[in-house]
Design a protein around this ligand. Structure first.
Ligand code: ADP
Length: 542
């Protein structure tokens, strides 16, 4: 017997319809790339997205066409996504921080036909466009007045281009499993791999993200996604915020501590989300200026492990709750959020922070397990760590063109490449990337734990731990430190600080000081480059 309910395809553009209908006046505020603050609302975003769909069709774009964007978070980027989605074309976000050749490779792989680009990134696009055979048109997200001279005929100003259509358009309807968006993983090992979201997975994922223990957005909230739309599907915010009728505050190109502070306070942001490096910059700015965050209630921190010191500062100095989150491009990206379940509700101070350094528990639809090298499931005791596998309707079932097939098994478990443990209450703690974990005398040492500990030292700005070959133990940890400006920590003071906080055999064998630690295009420590830089290093005894 079948249920007798309506079959309503879960299409992304229904989300902006809902926002326009029931939350039409809710603001979308952006720091515009040309300068100044721009204000619009969901009703107008929808109308312009309808116009955009119509205009794309006039250019011959059809269902399945890949349409790239290389843009900051602004109202224009948001309406571009919905306009692309409304005709069943596929938004393909490009990370401008990748090497130009890598961007060209990705665009060729995806066969992007049209590209929307912010003025900031025009120089990159000029260099790579001749290398992308499929690219027909480049639309610069600005008006005629701000267009640079001497551009080829296929490069047009967005506002003029858009004005050539009206908004008398009906969204297209199609199967909810149709591709909606593409995002390539950064490919620190091997070629980048294309993740392809569907309309259904994006809608389900936004609903998951809205659960109270996850992002828990409400119509009264004002959300600032500092996480760029080109990073891991913007952590669902482009769908979950309109779905809940939450105002969006878009930081544009202003990603420094001062600009973020201005938007947070000036626009009365209640919830925001970004990687730890962004919050380090903000906290430094607040420290220097003696600033306060009176409206901000919650900050979502993920993308790499959130150091305890950041959580402590937000909560104890600024009265802002930290929600540590873990996820990945392949998971749309939400995997877990560290909100407090009743089992931990009695905790306070350092004991509560012990829980908050964990990455948290999954929303409905995300299934996870940890396994050993022989694929045996490991116990959830909060200490036994193994490879983390996940599955669910917003988790990739394959990469574009079948790459990386070895990461998926026949039961669709996806190997995240992360290593972690899970406690009795279902809280995941990531201890490492599988390729970074240090194997010392047959046991594993978590580089993330050591890094988090080291950045708690008052004179340490940033820390990274890598494994160095050791004749007796196979590998031993080397701690790499960037000092805080004007501070002179010594190896001895750092090791003494760490000594009573980890098992003795985890303590790094040595500490080296550097001016800078290399980062990936998404702001994570680039261990491959760091290992390369330190490949001549040997432990004294070795
Ligand atoms: P990219 O690899 O391109 O930077 P992703 O966002 O897909 O983009 O990266 C996902 C990876 O980032 C995860 O597999 C994990 O290793 C790491 N990561 C994400 N969030 C956290 C977190 N809270 N703690 C530790 N690692 C994290």
């Amino acid at each position: 017997m079948l249920g007798l309910m309506q079959d309503w395809p879960l299409l992304c553009h229904k989300v902006i319809d809902h926002a326009a209908q029931y939350h039409g006046a809710r603001e979308v505020v952006s720091r515009s790339v040309e300068g100044g603050i721009h204000r619009t609302n969901y009703r107008d975003v929808r109308n312009r997205a309808l116009r955009l769909s119509k205009r794309l069709e006039m250019d011959g774009a059809v269902l399945g066409d890949r349409v790239a964007t290389m843009a900051w978070n602004t109202w224009r980027h948001l309406e571009v996504w919905y306009g692309i989605l409304g005709i069943g074309a596929v938004y393909h976000t490009l990370n401008p921080r990748l090497f130009p050749d890598q961007i060209a490779w990705i665009m060729n792989d995806a066969e992007d036909k049209i590209l929307f680009v912010d003025l900031t990134f025009l120089p990159i696009v000029k260099a790579i466009a001749p290398k992308v055979a499929s690219l027909e048109k480049i639309i610069v997200l600005t008006d005629a007045a701000h267009m640079p001279d001497d551009l080829p005929a296929n490069v047009v100003a967005y506002e003029d281009w858009l004005a050539e259509a009206d908004d008398d358009f009906a969204w297209k309807t199609f199967d909810e499993k149709t591709a909606a968006g593409m995002c390539y993983t950064s490919g620190t090992t091997g070629d980048p791999k294309g993740v392809v979201y569907s309309h259904r997975s994006n809608v389900l994922h936004a609903m998951m993200a809205l659960q109270p223990d996850m992002l828990g957005l409400a119509a009264r909230d004002r959300l600032m996604p500092v996480v760029p739309m080109f990073h891991a599907n913007a952590w669902s915010t482009a769908f979950s915020a309109p779905m809940a009728g939450t105002s969006m505050i878009m930081p544009g190109a202003g990603m420094d501590g001062k600009s973020i502070f201005e938007m947070l306070t000036g626009e009365r942001v209640t919830i925001t989300a970004a990687v730890p490096t962004v919050w380090l910059m903000l906290l430094q700015h607040l420290d220097k200026e003696n600033g306060a965050l009176p409206d901000l209630e919650r900050v979502v921190i993920g993308g790499s492990a959130c150091p305890r010191a950041i959580t402590k500062a937000f909560q104890e100095k600024y009265d802002v709750t930290v929600m540590h989150a873990w996820g990945m491009t392949e998971m749309s990206p939400l995997g877990t959020v560290c909100s407090i379940k009743p089992e931990y509700a009695h905790l306070a101070g350092e004991e509560k922070l012990d829980i908050q350094v964990k990455q948290g528990h999954p929303p409905f639809t995300v299934e996870m397990k940890i396994v050993d090298d022989e694929e045996h499931e490991l116990p959830w005791d909060g200490k036994t760590f193994g490879r983390l596998k996940v599955r669910g309707p917003a988790v990739s079932s394959a990469y574009y063109k079948g790459r990386g097939a070895e990461q998926f098994d026949e039961e669709l478990w996806f190997d995240t490449g992360d290593v972690g443990h899970v406690d009795a209450h279902g809280y995941l703690q990531i201890t490492d990337r599988a390729k970074d974990v240090i194997k010392s005398g047959g046991e594993w040492i978590s580089t993330i734990d050591l890094e988090n500990l080291a950045v708690g030292h008052p004179d340490v700005a940033e820390a990274a731990v890598i494994g160095i070959a050791h004749p007796k133990w196979d590998e031993r940890p080397l701690l790499v430190i960037v000092r805080k400006d004007g501070r002179e920590p010594t190896k001895e003071s750092i090791l003494a600080f760490m000594e009573d906080k980890v098992a003795k055999w985890w303590l790094p064998d040595d500490v080296v000081f550097v001016d800078e630690i290399p980062h990936t295009a998404t702001g994570k420590i680039q261990k491959t480059t760091l290992r390369e830089q330190l490949k001549a290093y040997r432990f004294e005894a070795a």
